[in-house]
Every structure is written in structure tokens, then in C-alpha cells.
Ligand binder design. Structure first.
Ligand code: SF4
Length: 319
């Protein structure tokens, strides 16, 4: 990975440890055909994570650290398996982050001190919208107050735990304004994604995506109140993540189906990377703000905005 040698942040590997989730979002692309899940086997978990550590050690990458981002499905539904992954990552010197829908965030409290960042996938704070999206379990959705309480509960153990919010813009939430609530949760990052076309799901229109940006993003506020806002259109999201499937293979998006490497239990991490399409420039571009800039520029062009330096002056007021 030539360009990554100049990176200032650790290489990030997203391990989708499970497909199981208590929610049923219509736009969910965490689908792998119910594979055998490697995280059921502690030895294999250690083998894969050590393989990543060896890869980082043997390339000329700087810094010589990696971040394991534990993703699902919903990783907290099996707390002990999650703990085994966290422990193996810690033993191999990794920084640890995770993504969760937040419904059972309290589960991580015993080992919250080992986690640097929790990403909460939140598409709306509105009950009806969440029901439409499928972001619900037996009709129960997560309210803003509940999220706030759960964050407080885990931050009692780790006050430095960073909170990131991930939002997928979809046909049910595109006209909503989430910015104030995201800032009120004291998130250090808010990542706004455009719903990916996947399988039967066709994604969303430019109008919907750019409307959401227009209603939620102000250039001058990119770092407002300590919260960095980033935006990824579909192009930015393809072939630009290092992702491990539940059965322990690197996989890649970029078309309506995933492509896979050989199993990381059988080949090295370096060999597995050769099996998939992986775009280093896009991977590194994630950290320099270029995707956000591209998306906001496209939004301005779409709506014919003539004053790009202050396009939001009247839309949100002084918030
Ligand atoms: S919460 Fe995440 S993993 Fe679960 S159904 Fe929704 S998008 Fe998929």
C-alpha cells in the first residue's frame, strides 16, 4: 500500500463479525447469505487479527498501528464473542472501535475502557420514520433521550470514548434535519452516507441525497462544536474499505454483489488483499475531506447555488 505509508491515521479494517441483527432496515447491505461466523471460534479470531498485525508490521506503513472496527449485523447481540474479538485486538496492539445500532449499547460497559470510538447508526430521531426504515425491534425504536442515556452510561466507564454517528440518507429520512440532535449528543464525527444500491435495492435519487445535505450541512460548520461532518456519495463508498466478512474473507463492494478473497484463516492478509479490488487512493482520500467536498460541490451544482461560500445562510438560521 504505497500511498498509505504517508497516512497519519492507523489503517482501519472493518470486520463484520455477524450478520445477525435485531433491526430490519430496508437499506441494509449486511447480507452474506448466513455464512458460518468465524467469531464463534476464538483461535480463528486470534489468527485473523494476528495476521492483520503482521501485515502492518511487515509493510513500510506509518504509523505501524491498525484500528479494528467491529461491525455487523449487530455485534453486541453476542457479548462474549464480542469480548473475545476485543481482547484479541487489544493483545495485538490494535486500536478498537465498533459500529452498533445502539439498542443495547450498555452491553459494552464492562470493556468500554478498551474501546476508543463507538459509531452509532442513526438515520432518524423520529419514531415513525424509524418504523418505516425498519430500524425497530418489535415496534420499539430508540428515542433521542434513550440514546443520550446509553452514551452517558458507557462514558461513565470511559469518559474519553468518542461517539460517531453514521446516517444513511434514504427515501424516508431525506427531508429531515438531524444536525441539532447530533450536536446535542456531543458526537465527534457525523458521517453521512448515500444509500448504496445493493441487490433489489436501487439506492436513492440525487434530489433526495442533495436535499439532505442542503438541510444538514454548513461548510462553516464542518467542525462545529468539535463535531466533524463528512459525506460519502456512492462512488466514495465503493472499493475503498478494507472489510472482512463474517466467515473470515476480505470482501469488496462495487457491484450489486460482493466479491471475496481466499479465507484469512488460510492465506496471509497481504495475499488476501491481492484477491479483491481495493482502491488505495480512495481509501486514503477518506481522511482528507475530499469526498465531502465532492458531495457538497455536486449538491451546489444540482440546486444552482451561486454563492458556494455561504450557501446555507438562510436555510437553518442560527443554530
Ligand atoms: S441496524 Fe445496521 S445491520 Fe441492523 S438491519 Fe439496520 S443497517 Fe442492517
Amino acid at each position: 500500500m504505497s500511498t498509505h505509508t504517508e497516512a497519519t491515521v492507523p489503517m482501519c479494517v472493518n470486520w463484520h463479525v455477524t450478520e445477525t441483527c435485531n433491526y430490519g432496515c430496508k437499506h441494509c447491505f449486511a447480507k452474506w447469505g448466513k455464512q458460518r461466523e468465524v467469531w464463534e471460534d476464538t483461535d480463528q479470531v486470534e489468527h485473523i487479527i494476528k495476521g492483520i498485525a503482521d501485515y502492518v508490521d511487515t509493510t513500510c506503513m506509518i504509523p505501524k498501528r491498525f484500528r479494528l472496527n467491529i461491525v455487523g449485523g449487530e455485534p453486541v447481540l453476542h457479548p462474549e464473542r464480542l469480548w473475545n474479538v476485543v481482547k484479541a485486538a487489544k493483545d495485538n496492539g490494535a486500536e478498537i472501535s465498533m459500529i452498533t445500532n445502539g439498542s443495547h449499547l450498555e452491553v459494552i460497559r464492562p470493556f468500554a475502557h478498551m474501546i476508543s470510538q463507538v459509531g452509532l447508526s442513526i438515520d432518524s430521531f423520529n419514531h415513525e420514520t424509524n418504523l418505516k426504515i425498519g430500524r425497530a425491534c418489535n415496534g420499539k425504536t430508540l428515542s433521542f433521550e434513550e440514546i443520550k442515556e446509553k452514551i452517558k452510561y458507557v462514558q461513565e466507564i470511559n469518559p474519553k470514548l468518542k461517539i460517531k454517528i453514521n446516517t444513511v440518507v434514504n427515501k424516508y429520512n431525506f427531508s429531515e434535519q438531524l444536525l441539532n440532535s447530533v450536536l446535542a449528543l456531543k458526537a465527534s464525527k457525523w458521517k453521512i452516507f448515500r444509500q448504496m444500491p445493493f441487490g433489489e435495492n436501487k439506492g436513492i435519487s440525487d434530489f433526495m441525497f442533495y436535499s439532505f445535505i442542503r438541510n444538514n450541512y454548513k461548510e462553516l460548520d464542518r467542525y462545529r462544536d468539535g463535531c466533524e461532518i463528512t459525506i460519502e456519495d456512492n462512488n466514495a463508498m465503493t472499493e475503498s474499505y478494507l472489510m472482512i466478512s463474517p466467515d473470515g474473507r476480505l470482501f469488496q463492494n462495487g457491484s450489486t454483489e460482493y466479491s471475496y478473497s481466499r479465507p484469512l484463516t488460510e492465506v496471509s492478509f497481504a495475499e488476501a488483499i491481492q484477491d479483491i479490488k481495493f482502491n488505495e487512493a480512495k481509501f486514503d482520500g477518506r481522511y482528507d475531506g475530499s469526498y465531502t467536498w465532492q458531495a457538497t460541490n455536486a449538491m451546489e451544482k444540482f440546486f444552482g447555488i451561486e454563492n458556494p461560500l455561504n450557501p446555507f445562510a438562510s436555510i437553518l438560521g442560527d443554530i
